[in-house]
Structures are given as C-alpha cells and as structure tokens.
Design a protein around this ligand. Sequence first.
Ligand code: IFM
Length: 450
Amino acid sequence: MSSDTAVTFPESFIWGAATAAYQIEGSRTVDGGGLCLWDEFAAQGGTLNGDSGAIAADHYNRYPQDHALAQELGLQSLRMSISWPRIFPEGNSTLNQAGFDHYDRVLDSLAECGLTPMITLYHWDLPLKLQHAGGWLNRETAYRFAEYAEAVTRRFADRVPYWITTNEPWSCAFLGYARGLHAPGVRDYNAAGIVTHNLNLAHGLAVPAIRASDSSAAVGVVHCLQVIEPFSDSPLDVQAARTVSGEANGLYLEPMFKGSYPQHMLPYLPCLEDPKVVREGDLECISTPIDFLGLNYYVHEVVRFDRTIPVIGACRMAPLGPLTTIGSGLRPDGLETILLMPLQDYGCRLPIYVTEVGYLFNDYVNPDGRVNDTARVKYYDEAFRAAARAMAKGVDLRGIYVWTLLDDFEWDSGYSSRYGIVFVEYGTQKRVPKDSAYWYRDVIRRNGLA
Ligand code: IFM
C-alpha cells in the first residue's frame, strides 16, 4: 500500500482522540479531589522544570468547550480517564461524591457532543495515600483498584460502552521502577517485576468487578507494545533484543493469553518465581478473557548487548533514520508490526483499538495564527496506512485514537514537548487546532486516506 493510494476503512470504524485526566485536567484538589503520586514526584524535582498537572490545560473547567471543539473536528469518540484520587481521595473506601458528580457532567457533555466515551480507569494517577502505603509494590493496591473500578462502573453503568482497566503497565513498572524516569523514580529491575505483576493482577481482578457492575459494556486493557530489533545477528545482540522484547511485550501479553510469564525473563526477574508475589490463582485471574485489546504505539528500537547495563545487559538505541525531538525513532510503519503481534504470537483474534498513536514535536503558532505540523500529518498518514495493512492481514482493528486531543503534561518531560492535534497556549489557555486537526477531520469525513 503505497503512500499515494487511497485507503478506505470499514463503515463502523471509530475515529477518536485519547486523553488522560492528570495530563489535562488541572484543579487537582478542587471538589474534594486528592493528590496523586505524580504531584509528589513533581514536587521532589522528578519532572522537567518541576512541571506538574496542577493546572495543565484546565480541562477540568473547560471540558464543555473542549468537547465542542472535538465535535467540530468530527471526532466520534473520546478516550479519557477517570482520576482515581477524585473518587477516592484517601485511596480507601471514603468516596468523594463531588468527584462522581464531576464525571457525571463530563459524560453528559460528551453525549451532547455526540462523542462516545472510552474510559480508562487507571492512567497513572495513583492516590498519594496508596503510594505511601507501598504503591504498586504492595499487592493490596490491586484490590483497592478493583474496588474503585467496581464503584465507578456501577455509578456509570449503561453510559460507557468501553471500559479500560489499566493503561500501559510497562510504563508504570519499567519507567517508574526500573529506569526511574517516571514516578516514583525507583531504579530496581526486580521491583519493576513486582509492579508488573501487581498491575496485571489489578487488571485481572477488575474485569469481573466491572462486568458485575455493567454487564453491557466491553472491557479491555491497554498495552504499549514495542518493536524491538537486534542491532546485529550476533547471538549476544539477538539475545539482548529478546530480553527487551520480553520485558516490553511478553510480560503483559503472555500472562493474559497463556496464563504464564515468559520463562526466559525469570532469571532477570526472580520475583516472578516468588510464591509470595505470584500467588496461586493469580495467573488464572490475569488471563480472564476480555472483550478487546487496546494498543498504544510509540516505540521502535534497536537493541545491542552491553555488559555495562545492569541486570539485562541490553542497550536500547533509536533506529537509523529520522528522530523525534527527544531522540527516539520515528517509525510509523511499526504500527503494523505491533498490531500483528497478538495474532502472530498468541493467536489472539480479539477486536483491537489503537488507543494511542502520536507524534511529539516542539510546535509553535506562526504569525498567521496557524500551527503547521506537516511532519505530524505525514506521520499519521503513514501510521494509518500501516494499520490498514495489518487489517488486510487479518487484524480485527475497530478504531484509532490519536494521542492526543490537547497539548498536555507529558510526565517526566513536563510541558516541553507537544503531542496534541490542538495547540494549547498555556498562558491564556487558548486552543488553536493544528493543521493535523484539520487533516484528521478530513480523514474522518472520508473515512480513509486520500
Ligand atoms: O503521554 C503518554 C500517555 O500518557 C501514555 N502513552 C504515551 C504518551 C506519550 O508519551
């Protein structure tokens, strides 16, 4: 499928944009909301310039205008997350009614704008009280998550067709606990394994809890699968790439689809053989069948053996070719590879949504008032063609959500980089749709690529 061939997607295909509460809402403690681990991490200097989600894009107050803008741009669905500490500010059973009421109004507004909600229950804003009780290293957090998931889905039953349990457990575990880049900034590979298991368990426990509350909704999970290539065909590089792929992909897909952890990862993650961590029945729980799989695509890397890298002896590098502003590879074609992965590696025939695909850039508003993000348009055009190729090879892809609607708080890199199709002038909170937003509107209108 060359880049000048027209592509049409199935009639029922869903075009949306994805967002996350902490990254756009601001007003963290308004209406009884509680702080989360990222507030503390930012205050301790863990993010660029000490940036945090305190104000962000002020979506907490501006959601009606943002939904109207999304509607004007032709979006059909909005993926958003509910902020756990707004519902359970203390992390325990003390429920904050005002938090529920806020999201009730948000759902009304989405319905008025004809936007179908896809809701993520955990997009990284763990209530600070739970973090102080051990966070995701504490197995109890998984049980608190299932209780929270049950409460939210009961309250909003019949209003949300798609529930997502957790977003990108790999990022929480390995960026947060192995590389120390994300909150809480720990560098301990085995700890990342414990967090992985507890997040997988949280997902598994939440699935029946959600179904019990809202039997009509589809329940899924989101993983950020990664294309990992060996630097050379030397056995050491091949082994290093297999380890990195096992970490990024296998630790999440295998327990869900096969009820086991990849054997070859166990020497690096002894916790996964510790019966106090992986208890009897956990893997059955994690492999509870789900209704759909959400896949996020960002990472395509080349890996070589490097004995100086602790534990895994594997060094990740950007592939040859163009790079993003933070130096990672720009390979939209990799979306085809990750979409095929669940089918090829596990025979998974579940409906799939691309729940995030995005292009990071230091966008700016031109003197003529436009944001010419031509490179983002090119990236999306190529990524959507890659998605169409995966569909032609048998992947049951039901929709694509671009990351993201609005420029936002990008975790460790704060506000220094922009992913939105709508530019946010943080000083004034003015929204300026970028060229990519208008291009996306045309894709949605024609349900395909020209
Ligand atoms: O901003 C994040 C999002 O929260 C999760 N997926 C990756 C995005 C870009 O880094």
